[in-house]
Write a protein that binds this ligand. Sequence first.
Ligand SMILES: *[C@@H]1O[C@H](CO)[C@@H](O)[C@H](O)[C@H]1NC(C)=O
Ligand SMILES: *[C@@H]1O[C@H](CO)[C@@H](O)[C@H](O)[C@H]1NC(C)=O
Ligand SMILES: *[C@@H]1O[C@H](CO)[C@@H](O)[C@H](O)[C@H]1NC(C)=O
Ligand SMILES: *[C@@H]1O[C@H](CO)[C@@H](O)[C@H](O)[C@H]1NC(C)=O
Ligand SMILES: *[C@@H]1O[C@H](CO)[C@@H](O)[C@H](O)[C@H]1NC(C)=O
Ligand SMILES: *[C@@H]1O[C@H](CO)[C@@H](O)[C@H](O)[C@H]1NC(C)=O
Ligand SMILES: *[C@@H]1O[C@H](CO)[C@@H](O)[C@H](O)[C@H]1NC(C)=O
Length: 536
Amino acid sequence: MGVHSVLQFLIIAGCIASFSDASKPNIVFILADDLGWNDVSFHGSDQILTPNIDSLAYSGVAFGRYYSHAICTPSRSALLTGKYPYKTGMQGNPLGMSEDRGIPTNVRLLPQYFKDVGYSTHLVGKWHAGSSRREYLPTSRGFDSYIGHRGGYIDYYEYTIKEDWEDGQVSGLALFRNLTAAWDVEGYITDVYTDEAIKVIDDHDSSTPLFLMVTHNAPHAGSDTVALQAPSEVVRQMRYIESPDRRIFAAMIKKLDDSVGDIVKALQDKRILENTIIVFAADNGGMTTGLYANYASNYPLRGIKMSPYEGGVRVVGLLWSANLNNTSHYWDGYMHVTDWLPTLLSAAGVEPPTDVDGVDQWESINSNSASQRKEMFEIDDYTGYASITYGDYKLITGKPDENYSGYLGGDLRGVIDSPPSYIDAIADSKVYGVLHSIGRTFDTNFLTLRNKTIINCDVSTTSICYPSNNTVCLFNIIEDPCETTDLSATYPELVASMQQILDVEMTKMIPRILPTVIDPMSAPSLHNFTWDTWID
Ligand SMILES: *[C@@H]1O[C@H](CO)[C@@H](O)[C@H](O)[C@H]1NC(C)=O
Ligand SMILES: *[C@@H]1O[C@H](CO)[C@@H](O)[C@H](O)[C@H]1NC(C)=O
Ligand SMILES: *[C@@H]1O[C@H](CO)[C@@H](O)[C@H](O)[C@H]1NC(C)=O
Ligand SMILES: *[C@@H]1O[C@H](CO)[C@@H](O)[C@H](O)[C@H]1NC(C)=O
Ligand SMILES: *[C@@H]1O[C@H](CO)[C@@H](O)[C@H](O)[C@H]1NC(C)=O
Ligand SMILES: *[C@@H]1O[C@H](CO)[C@@H](O)[C@H](O)[C@H]1NC(C)=O
Ligand SMILES: *[C@@H]1O[C@H](CO)[C@@H](O)[C@H](O)[C@H]1NC(C)=O
């Protein structure tokens, strides 16, 4: 069709560099931080309602098998590069504020590809891909403008990050506009990012296409001590939720869902919504317990953030566009975080690069046909585990942390009396209203679509498989999505051939720098109490 073949012609004609064209789709990529599988209502639960996010899923494409990596820095590196994190040395534990490490500067990032074909590129929110040197920062890596936190999370009101060093705690402001500390900002960070994203949209010159990433802090814990933060009047709306911690978490999610509604409304007010592709996705599974626990739930999936089990890597994802051939569907093909780079470039009519691990899924998503992906790897030499998904099967080897690998979060699902009406919440949502105003509301049988996303498992099993030095675990994740039954003894030949593919893949690994080194020159007290760059 039009844009794609015209662009292909122009690529062949070699005049792509001077070509800028408002008919190319705008792209708005919204990323949530530590959001669990069971924390959005389009996955079946009425406990925490996300009517704006759900309305995009019901009128776009809800992904049933979208996979990311289990930890923030690796998953964000994969999203930005289209490469597995172990191919760039970015696997393993997330970056600390005092670490001199970042995505190698010889690797091209997603915004650079879009900038090269005439897009205006903006990032609002979390970076977490390197902040010790100016050359690692978003404005050096393809973004025209940036406001956000450079590290893994931020206090929702104070915008600080604390780290525990050998001789005590250090703390500094972690919010920056381009290259300078953002001392002027006030408010709840989710609202701050929403307002900044709307400003980017309002100020956008519509004669060029827009590439906007909004990478929320929500619903990540604000720190390891003051774990969860939300406006008290929103928390009070969640009294029907039994767990007091989960109530605060639900309020954080509501602010995130409202943000999605406000961004969609801003796109429509600017009259560019109908030429915009919107992605909403989670960076990894929810962190039910342990370090930076946020009371998220991936239940009934097994495992949480930091584990290679499904709860750590099979995450929330959807794509919306007014111009899909096949809307309102549940797509259950494998989609991997590295696939976004080639897929979104393809959607924009740009030939994707060949030196990435991601595959172009645009036609498959658009026409609701089979996924282009057969295998996925999760390799982490730092934590010490590796897994390969091949067809219906997943093999897990090494030593995943057992604390993060069980069936967690089932006890957080309780409600007192009954939650508010889901149907009313959808009908009252901003996104539903916007879609209605442009004649693009979804089918009334969206509850049928919703039912397709529900995972039902019996997880009362008493002997669940953990790999050890000499044993592995093999699961059929299509028939047994909750990884209850180890099949390694049943299919030894399959284990051997999957292990062989995994071993070959592991030879391609660039080792991660070990261990994490704190550079004392990063101390906020040396930089006006901010976490600024310190090596230039
Ligand atoms: C989508 O529809 C257009 C016509 O509207 C057609 O040219 C194109 O081939 C279709 N794409 C797919 C993937 O079906
Ligand atoms: C950030 O940099 C961009 C590009 O130079 C500029 O347009 C924008 O105004 C800058 N923003 C701030 C807050 O300085
Ligand atoms: C939409 O998806 C269905 C499968 O669910 C398929 O049969 C149909 O051909 C697709 N339509 C288009 C236009 O690709
Ligand atoms: C798992 O949790 C237990 C109990 O909280 C703790 O003692 C142990 O150190 C944890 N294991 C790891 C690997 O963190
Ligand atoms: C969805 O599933 C529930 C539980 O199995 C069932 O009661 C309901 O009728 C289903 N709804 C639709 C619209 O299919
Ligand atoms: C597994 O191997 C590691 C490293 O070689 C060793 O430290 C550990 O004791 C072994 N564990 C078991 C249960 O054999
Ligand atoms: C240093 O920090 C203070 C806030 O504590 C701020 O008002 C001031 O502008 C900062 N100075 C510089 C040079 O950035």
